[in-house]
Structure formats: C-alpha cells, structure tokens
Write a protein that binds this ligand. Structure first.
Ligand code: HEM
Length: 181
C-alpha cells in the first residue's frame, strides 16, 4: 500500500488546508485577546479573514476533486468500526471547515467590516445586520471547539496508524507529493 494511496492533487489539498488551519486557529485566538498591539491585531485579522476565504475555496475544490477522483480503498483488515469512524470524522471535518468559513464571513460582512480580498475582486457584501452578525459570531466562537476536537481525533488516529499500527494508512496521504512507482 505504501506506493498507492491518494494522488498528488488530493495530498496537496490536504496538506495545504492542514497548514492553513494550523495558522488560522491560533491567529483567531490571539487576535481576539484584550490589550493586543493594534498593528499586530490588524495584521492577524487581515490574515485570518482572507486565508479563511481561501480555506473555503480549497475545501470546495477538494470536494469537487474527490467526486471526480474517489479516495482509494482503505487497506484490508481495518475493522468496520474504524472505517465508519474515519468516514464520519472526515465528513464532519469538511462540514466544520465550511461552517467556520461561512460563519466567519457572515460575522464580518453583516457587521459591516471588509474582507479585503473579496472587496478587491468586487464581490458584493450583504447589507449590514448587527443581530445576524452577533449570531454568526457566536456560531463561529462555538464551532471552533468541535473543529479542534475533530482535528485532534484525526491527528491522533493518523499518528497511531503511522507509529503504532504501521498498516499503510498514513502513507495513503504522506508525503505531500506521491512517490512514483
Ligand atoms: C476554516 C476557516 C476558519 C477557522 C478554522 C476559523 C477559526 C477561528 C477561531 C478559532 C477564532 C477564535 C474565536 C474565539 O476564540 O473567539 C476565530 C475568530 C474570528 N474569525 Fe475565524 N475562522 C475561519 C474562517 C474565518 C473567515 C473566512 C472569516 C472572515 C472572513 C473569519 C473571521 C473571524 C473573526 C472576525 C473572528 C473574531 C470573532 C469575534 O469577533 O470575536 N474567520 N476564527
């Protein structure tokens, strides 16, 4: 199985998304702290908002790619409960990434704030609505707990397969560029 696994396109989608989310979550946390230097806060907000939109685009492209090139089958011998769990954790990860990006976008635009990249592209913003912006803010705040929980389960499972079980599951997605052969 070491030679098989996902193709290079799917691997790049995976690892780029992983790195972006690894940056987005701490940036989101730091930028909302009281007493932060204003210039740093502005930079973090700009990074977080714009890369958040890029994460959304990547996730949607990735799902489209996945529909065209279905994932390779798991190695034989993986128990059924693990197959089911992997299926649901992956589904929820996709759903939560979309949820976080959409609620972040709504919190900002309905609150009357810019998303610089989309504004530069001329994408129209919805009209200001403070009540809905507050709701989106709450959803974004709470959603992060589920997303972080899912990422932890996903990482623990991946590391377990790589180090403990060594059953070829980790090498389906690692390295980011598939070795030929
Ligand atoms: C997958 C994408 C995203 C992830 C994982 C993410 C994650 C987070 C996290 C962890 C926080 C800190 C919440 C807290 O502790 O208060 C946060 C805050 C925030 N995010 Fe995101 N975010 C994403 C996308 C976006 C997008 C696309 C935007 C806007 C275009 C955005 C705008 C914001 C804003 C404005 C805050 C501060 C919330 C507040 O007003 O308190 N986020 N985000």
């Amino acid at each position: 199985m070491a030679q098989g696994g996902y193709g290079t396109t799917a691997r790049l989608f995976h690892w780029i998304t992983f790195l972006l989310v690894l940056g987005m979550v701490p940036a989101g946390w730091v930028m909302t702290q009281e007493g932060l230097d204003r210039a740093l806060q502005d930079q973090l907000f700009i990074f977080h908002k714009n890369f958040g939109v890029i994460v959304l685009v990547l996730v949607l492209l990735r799902l489209a790619w996945r529909a065209i090139v279905p994932p390779p089958p798991l190695p034989a011998g993986i128990p059924d409960w693990q197959r089911q769990m992997s299926l649901w954790v992956h589904r929820l990860l996709y759903a939560m990434l979309i949820f976080m990006a959409v609620t972040g976008y709504l919190r900002v635009t309905l609150g009357g704030f810019p998303v610089e990249m989309l504004d530069a592209l001329g994408v129209p913003r919805p009209p200001r609505n403070d009540g809905m912006a507050a709701l989106a803010q709450r959803a974004h705040f709470l959603g992060k707990f589920l997303l972080i929980g899912l990422v932890l389960v996903h990482v623990v499972a991946a590391v377990g397969h790589a180090i403990v079980k060594r059953d070829g599951v980790f090498s389906r997605m690692w390295p980011p560029i598939r070795r030929s052969g």
